[in-house]
Design a protein around this ligand. Structure first.
Ligand code: PDD
Length: 276
């Protein structure tokens, strides 16, 4: 594994952050998380597009050009010597004496390249349990910002209550998980909440929708209430790290064990990175 902070590669455990870094004082920055399969980052362009969008939304000027960021990511993967890796990188508004208004300094890029978490077939067959949780986040969750306190607290609450994940709900409508998007299947149709400002526009979400359209699975991006969600035939979450993971229970509701649509979509998704 390897890390990068402000123009140079460093060891992941070496101290790097000046005390007046706006990333840790304000969470004033944006990030991306990319999965590397057999040495190649998947959906790199899509992640960089989203990064540029997030940065523009918070009026942050990126410290490097897009091709320079691409170069740093590839160099990091090379130096890590990892084939199956996860690249985390963030850009913060820089280092300046603590003051809420923007400083006139260059933004700071940091990155880690670490071993990817691989989920076993047993874990995927079992799936995960979820609870529903009131969404207390702000109104701009489509920005991949560093401010993740509600996500952290809700994930911890789920674990303490014996669940694997919390799904955010607003006025009885399902939104997304603490670090994933959510899908369900009813009577052969795939449903997912629409890509509004209230959820992250997941890159895995988009890829799964593309797979569904290619396989002629009817798709509806529409508001889903909790009753409809609990009475679905299949449900799953998506994210860069977990890909497609089935949900086996929604609070007290146990979902059916057969998951034909989820399985088809998961095998289709693997074609994005699997070699012949
Ligand atoms: N999380 N929704 C939220 C709130 C997320 O944090 C994430 C990603 C997603 C899924 O997006 P994508 O398919 O582009 O990974 C949805 C990343 C993995 C993280 O926080 O580490």
């Amino acid at each position: 594994e390897i890390a990068y902070y402000q123009n140079k590669f460093i060891d992941v455990d070496s101290p790097a952050l000046p005390i007046d870094e706006r990333g840790h004082q304000f969470g004033d920055g944006v990030y991306e998380y990319i999965r590397v399969y057999d040495g190649t980052p998947l959906f790199l362009d899509e992640h960089l597009d989203r990064l540029e969008k997030s940065a523009a939304e918070i009026k942050l000027t990126l410290p490097y050009r897009r091709d320079e960021i691409t170069g740093i990511i590839y160099e990091g993967i090379k130096r890590s010597s990892l084939k199956e890796a996860a690249v985390y990188f963030q850009i913060t508004r820089g280092i300046a004496p603590r003051n809420h208004s923007f400083p006139n300094v260059k933004a700071v890029f940091s990155m880690t390249v670490k071993k990817a978490t691989i989920f076993t077939d047993e874990a995927r067959t079992k799936g995960i349990s979820v609870m529903l949780r009131q969404d207390e986040r702000w109104a701009n969750c489509f920005i991949k910002s560093l401010n993740l306190l509600p996500n952290v607290l809700s994930k911890q609450e789920a674990i303490e209550k014996g669940y694997d994940e919390a799904i955010f709900v607003h006025e009885d409508f399902v939104r997304e998980g603490t670090s994933c998007n959510v899908f369900m299947v009813k009577d052969g149709t795939l449903y997912t909440p629409p890509a509004t400002r209230h959820i992250l526009h997941g890159i895995t979400r988009k890829a799964v929708l593309d797979c569904a359209r290619e396989y002629n699975i009817p798709v509806r991006e529409q508001a889903i209430n909790t009753t409809f969600f609990k009475n679905c035939d299949e449900a799953f979450i998506t994210s860069t790290s977990i890909e497609i993971m089935p949900i086996y229970s929604i609070e007290d509701q146990i979902l059916p064990k057969e998951r034909p649509v989820t399985e088809r979509l998961y095998s289709a998704y693997q074609n994005f990175y699997k070699q012949e």
